[in-house]
Design a protein around this ligand. Structure first.
Ligand code: FAD
Ligand code: GLY
Length: 369
């Protein structure tokens, strides 16, 4: 039987970030992953660090997102130094496009609270947008320019976290499905898998959209809502725009290698990981509406995976249920790449017994009754 300080269930970006921050503190960590590291939502993501573009209102979620976004420049250098993996952080900003006056009004209000919080979020009319990004459709109303939002390669980030964790002594076991837990009155005693039994001081559930059924094995209710997302990638004939373009209907993320990611659908309750013709039709038509020249780009591939959502839109990060050695980190929905560093760091602090006041609103117990 394996004996470790911490067993993390799930090898997506969240589980790997947790392993990295724990290993940095010297903990002996094992990650158990049913498939391959990063095989699900964490490599399907467009990699936007959309702390402003994805937030409709101020509050604890927006604060957590801002904190996490601010960790990326140092994290990118740290991971590169350790692993040689470049996570391709591109800080060109995001234009949140409005197609009509009603959307423009909503975005101007959003810009106002973000400026009150000290962020840059400037309203640009159509001519200003097209003076810097001339390939954008002349049918738009304008855009909120958010220079602070950026993007990374989500698969490289997950790989960098996992490799860095390994270099610091963590153990990553792929093709290892957790099937059951042995629990005492207030502790998880053992984690059972199809590759053997594991014993650890602490257990972290970070199994993304599949976390609810694992919590169920412990008799605990953790409402995780699966929200499938389909995306595709194309190569334009030349660089068409520098900033990420984010509109109602689609977003277009120009990646470091020249391809453009076109995302993404939202289908609640669907656990399938295939791509429908309907998704391809919808995404390609919205993409060409926003940047007409994309019609001449080369299709590369389409993919999908399952976002782990929650009924109130907040992630679950913290100690869970009646078990004093059980922690949960999931429910990051559209922002798991963005929130991965802060989640890993905060879980490592909690496990070390530190006070983490900014996690209160994200308690996994908040919706359990
Ligand atoms: P996952 O990556 O799904 O990892 C969970 C892992 O747990 C899986 O690998 C699974 O195999 C494993 N597992 C499950 N059950 C078991 C078991 N019993 N035993 C062992 N292992 C198990 N976020 C952003 O921040 N920016 C974006 O631009 C962005 N774009 C997105 C676009 C799309 C199309 C999608 C689908 C998501 C996007 N997201 C984005 C959201 C982001 O991808 C997720 O929030 C994040 O990847 C969740 O990470 P995770 O580690 O919790 O889940
Ligand atoms: N954050 C982008 C998405 O989830 O599609």
């Amino acid at each position: 039987m394996h004996e470790r300080d911490v067993v993390v269930v799930g090898g997506g970006v969240i589980g790997c970030s947790i392993a990295y921050y724990l290993a940095k503190r010297g903990a002996r960590v094992t990650v158990l992953e049913r498939d391959l590291i990063g095989a699900h939502a964490s490599s399907a993501a467009a990699g936007m660090l959309g702390a402003q573009v994805e937030m409709a209102a101020p509050g604890p979620m927006s604060e957590l997102c801002m904190k996490s976004r601010s960790m990326f420049p140092d994290l990118a250098s740290e991971l590169y130094r350790l692993t040689g993996i470049d996570i391709e952080l591109i800080r060109a900003g995001i234009l949140r496009i409005a197609w009509n006056e009603e959307e423009a009004e909503m975005l101007r209000k959003r810009g106002a609270w973000q400026r009150d919080r000290g962020e840059t979020a400037d309203w640009w009319d159509k001519d200003r947008v097209r003076s810097v990004e001339p390939e954008v459709s002349d049918q738009i109303e304008g855009a909120l320019y958010i220079p602070g939002d950026s993007h990374v390669s989500s698969s490289r980030l997950t790989r960098a976290f996992s490799y860095a964790a390994e270099l610091l002594g963590a153990e990553l076991i792929e093709r290892c499905e957790v099937t059951a837990f042995r629990a005492g009155k207030d502790r998880i005693e053992r984690v059972e898998s199809d590759r053997g039994t594991f014993q650890a001081e602490h257990v972290v559930l970070a199994a993304g959209a599949w976390s609810a059924s694992l919590a169920g094995k412990l008799g605990l209710r953790l409402p995780v809502v699966p929200i499938k997302g389909e995306s595709l990638a194309v190569y334009p004939r030349k660089e068409l725009f520098e900033r990420t373009l984010f509109a109602e209907g689609c977003y277009l993320v120009p990646k470091a290698d020249g391809k453009v990611i076109v995302g993404a659908t939202e289908r609640a309750g669907d656990f399938t990981e295939w791509v429908t013709m309907d998704a391809i039709r919808q995404l390609t038509s919205e993409a060409v509406r926003l940047v007409p020249e994309l019609a001449n780009s080369t299709f590369i591939r389409a993919w999908s995976s399952i976002r782990p959502g929650s009924p109130d839109g907040l992630p679950y990060i913290g100690r869970f249920g009646r078990f004093r050695n059980l922690f949960v980190a999931t429910g990051h929905f559209r922002n798991g790449i963005l929130l991965s560093p802060i989640t890993g760091q905060r879980i490592a602090e909690l496990i070390a017994g530190e006070e983490v006041p900014d996690l209160k609103p994200f308690s996994p117990d908040r919706l359990s009754t």
